[in-house]
Design a protein around this ligand. Structure first.
Ligand SMILES: *Cc1c(COP(=O)(O)O)cnc(C)c1O
Length: 458
């Protein structure tokens, strides 16, 4: 069979008698192949995926220990929705919820409504729907119409909030970031909110830079708005990354349910929760913050379990892995693991900030994520996109991208330090960055540029 882009060739080394030498990638074949042949075919296909250790773009866990892998292998068939069949997995989900509610200072962690989700995106959708529902109920009770709700947030929000507003028909009101206000910090709120505002989103760990939005400042601004205009507007904190960092590295920072205006918080268990992909959490302050009309009652074991979720079936194993990590690490262990990532991030940022070509935008002292830009006037011959390309050639994935509106003229490059990026690896990365910058600085004329822009999905 001649080579074709539509066909997957089966390496002769793996081919067993009766196996085809190639097979369609796009149509189901009439006959199958030996399991081992199929296994090798799929594994060969994925070999060209990047090396996860060198992927400094993702926030998501790429490595867990052998015990976690063993637990995972024994549980990847568990469906989280089958609370009947797997009452212990359901119970462990609740242990995790209480632990997280307590980490975030819920007034009564045992009574704070919460759920696991497939990730922060689903968690944010649920929290957004709750804000919308509460607003609708309040308006109905006051005899007002419930048309045209809006949600106020920074232009640097993660795309899940644009999806929420699009899918659930809420107007997205963006407060643009600027050089003076690189995060949502209060000014601008008074103009953005009105009686149709269902809530304000604060981000603990802006994906572009790692910066924390000062949630206490947002609360202060909203308190003043309530005094002046009688609008009582709740806050949702999108702590996808910071929710599992701040309790350990910045325990004094009040960003969570210690602030009375914070109605709900989400985090990604698969980011700094340190679990493999497929896990998020959302917690509401108390039963008042979550409209009863969103909760479905399923009965199991003669009991009555409230559930709320967008998905029905989804893997349960990640929940067990989260509980495993809570048991294995405890508060001290999480503090140590996150602290080490932060030390590596700060080491990298101080070395990169010291290079003549660069200027730091953030330094990794919030979440272990930092960004930098090219120093103004440093070079006309290359950009951070070129450096990103050069680093990719050396195996390292370090994305460059434009900042959000109104800072889109600024290009930054970002490193997300996860557990597993050791000081040793960081040192080799710094060597590579220095070599590639020296190469680019030695160019005698500008690198040719494609006309279309490059995109990076946060
Ligand atoms: C990653 C991220 C999300 C989306 O989280 P997923 O778990 O990937 O769905 C939402 N908000 C922020 C701030 C994030 O960093």
């Amino acid at each position: 069979m001649p080579a074709s882009p539509d066909r997957l060739t089966v390496n002769p080394l793996h081919r067993r008698s009766g196996d085809p030498d190639s097979i369609s990638k796009h149509r189901l074949a009439e006959t199958g192949m030996e399991p081992l042949t199929a296994f090798h075919a799929v594994r060969d296909e994925t070999m060209l995926d990047g090396n996860a250790r060198l992927n400094l773009a993702t926030f998501v866990t790429t490595w867990m220990d052998d015990e976690a892998d063993e637990l995972y292998r024994g549980a990847f068939d568990k469906n989280m929705i089958d609370k009947d069949e797997y009452p212990q997995t359901a119970a462990i989900e609740q242990y995790c919820q209480r632990i997280i509610a307590d980490l975030w200072h819920a007034p009564d962690p045992d009574a704070a409504p919460a759920t696991s989700t497939v990730g922060s995106s689903e968690a944010c959708m649920l929290a957004g729907i709750a804000l919308k529902r509460r607003w609708q109920h309040r308006r109905e009770a006051a005899g007002a119409d419930t048309a045209r709700p809006n949600l106020v947030m920074s232009s640097a929000v993660q795309v899940c909030w644009e999806k929420f507003c699009n899918y659930f028909e809420v107007e997205a009101r963006f407060v643009p970031v600027s050089a003076e206000h690189p995060v949502l910090d209060g000014p601008g709120l008074a103009d953005a909110v009105d009686e149709r505002t269902i809530g304000v989103v604060g981000i603990l760990g802006v994906t572009y830079t790692g910066a924390y939005e000062p949630i206490a400042e947002l609360q202060r601004a909203l308190d003043a708005i309530e005094r002046d205009r009688g609008l009582d507007i709740p806050i949702h904190v999108d702590a996808a990354s910071g929710g599992m960092i701040a309790p350990f590295l910045q325990p004094e920072l009040a960003w969570d349910f210690r602030l009375p205006r914070v109605a709900s918080i989400n985090t990604s268990g698969h980011k700094y929760g340190l679990v493999y992909p497929g896990l998020g959490w959302v917690v509401w302050r108390d039963a008042d913050a979550l409209p009863e009309s969103m909760v479905f009652r399923v009965s199991y074991l003669g009991g009555d379990t409230p559930t709320l979720a967008l998905n029905f079936s989804r893997p349960g194993a990640q929940v067990l892995l989260q509980f495993y990590l809570f048991l294995r690490l405890g508060r001290a262990g999480y503090t140590e693991v996150q602290g080490e990532s932060q030390r590596v991030a700060m080491h990298l940022s101080s070395a990169i900030g010291a290079m003549a070509a660069f200027e730091l935008v953030s330094d990794g002292s919030t979440i272990p994520v930092f960004a930098w830009r090219l120093r103004e006037g440093h070079s006309e011959n290359w950009t951070l996109y070129d450096l990103s390309d050069r680093l990719r050639m050396r195996g390292w994935l370090v994305p460059a991208y434009p900042m959000p509106a109104d800072l889109e003229e600024t290009t930054v490059q970002r490193i997300v330090v996860r557990n597993g990026l050791t000081m040793d690896l960081a040192e080799s990365l710094l060597d590579v960055v220095r070599e590639e910058v020296a190469y680019l600085d030695a160019l005698e004329s500008p690198l040719p540029r494609p006309t279309s822009g490059q995109a990076f999905a946060h």
